[in-house]
Design a protein around this ligand. Structure first.
Ligand code: TRP
Length: 338
């Protein structure tokens, strides 16, 4: 039986953090291990260039870090094709054709892109490639005929844009070769992990993230410095659970939900100190992150093997992409020479 294809990816602009892990990586590994999917996982370096065009070293550096992060969390190259976006020329080709099927106005309404444009302070100089990256992302997804796209909640508009482009393409060229994908989103309440400072977003620029590559000592330091409840001054004071990062993390990382409920109750009543609570969180997080960290270090010992894995994955992805591109050219009537 032909397996269903899922495709997803990340921009290589830094190491991946536990927000990526909770929001998407965990889903991908689970889906990979279900055995019913043929996963394609892409390091989106081309997309990283849309806002880092003048910093190729950062992209190069991050590419290997992201590859290591993938392997560390359990993405298995014998089950998943891990590849590099820039090595697939057909992606650029399909993007060019999609570009004619979407209006500038439509692109300007993409809420995720809008937010990013504000954050990045492009001013009057928004790179054309950045505004149009959802078009290239639609090519990423559809060239592999992915039916599922496991991503974070912020990627919802990209999936919607992709679905629209598939309908436009199939309609314009009277074909059904392209497939409308569906997003696979994180479980409710786990879509976004706040930073350790309580900021809603975990990001490098805010320096409030926990990285999959952080060593045990760094993790301990970060958990100790976590934002809790500023009104909870003495141990015996009653404390707040809402907006308390330690509890947000416990809800996600502690498999023992009954224990979390008891801790919340104790904290609200008073008598449970932040230090004790954080010590517990650290234990729970260490249990999940230590094996990831160890696997990462193991893979990092042989970088040539990691690069060879990416090269092989890219080769395989290229074959798949070219096969679809042939159909695209035929549908568009540009297969002039057979
Ligand atoms: N936009 C995604 C991010 O910012 C990366 C990405 C590029 C992607 N192409 C994709 C995700 C295709 C899913 C499917 O991380």
């Amino acid at each position: 039986m032909e397996k269903e294809i899922y495709l997803t990816g990340d921009r290589p602009t830094g190491k991946l953090h536990i927000g990526h892990y909770i929001g998407s990586l965990k889903n991908r590994v689970a889906m990979q291990n279900e055995g019913i999917y043929d996963p394609y996982i892409m390091i989106a370096d081309t997309q990283a260039f849309t806002d880092n065009a003048r910093d190729p070293e950062k992209i190069q550096r991050s590419l290997v870090e992201v590859a290591l992060d993938y392997l560390a969390v359990g993405i298995d190259p014998s089950k998943s094709t891990i590849f590099v976006q820039s090595q697939i020329p057909a992606l650029a080709e399909l993007t060019m054709f999609y570009m004619n099927l979407v209006s500038l106005g439509r692109l300007e309404r993409n809420p995720t892109v809008k937010t990013e444009i504000k954050q990045k302070e492009f001013g009057e100089s928004i790179p054309a490639g950045f505004l149009t990256y959802p078009v290239s992302q639609a090519a990423d997804i559809t060239l592999f005929k992915a039916t599922k796209v496991p991503v974070g909640d912020d990627q919802q508009p990209m999936i919607e844009q992709t679905r629209e482009l598939v309908r436009s393409f199939n309609h314009a060229y009277n074909t059904d070769i392209l497939v409308e994908p569906e997003g696979v989103f994180p479980p409710k309440g786990q879509g976004r992990l706040p930073g350790i400072d309580g900021n809603a977003k975990m990001s490098k620029s805010l320096n409030n993230g926990i990285y999959l590559s952080d060593d045990a000592e760094t993790l301990a330091k970060k958990v100790k410095s976590m934002y809790t409840d500023p009104t909870h001054v003495r141990v015996e004071d009653p404390g707040h659970v809402e907006g308390n990062v330690v509890f947000t993390y416990l809800d996600i990382f502690d498999p023992d939900k009954k224990r979390v409920a008891e801790l919340k109750e104790h904290y609200q009543r008073g008598g449970l100190g932040d230090m004790k609570l954080k010590k517990h969180l650290l234990e729970v997080m260490e249990a999940e992150l230590a094996p990831i960290r160890e696997r990462r270090a193991e893979y990092a010992k042989d970088m040539p093997a990691v690069m060879a894995m990416l090269e092989e994955g890219s080769k395989k992805a290229n074959e798949k992409a070219e096969a679809t591109m042939k159909q695209v050219r035929a549908a568009m009537g540009i297969n002039y020479f057979g």
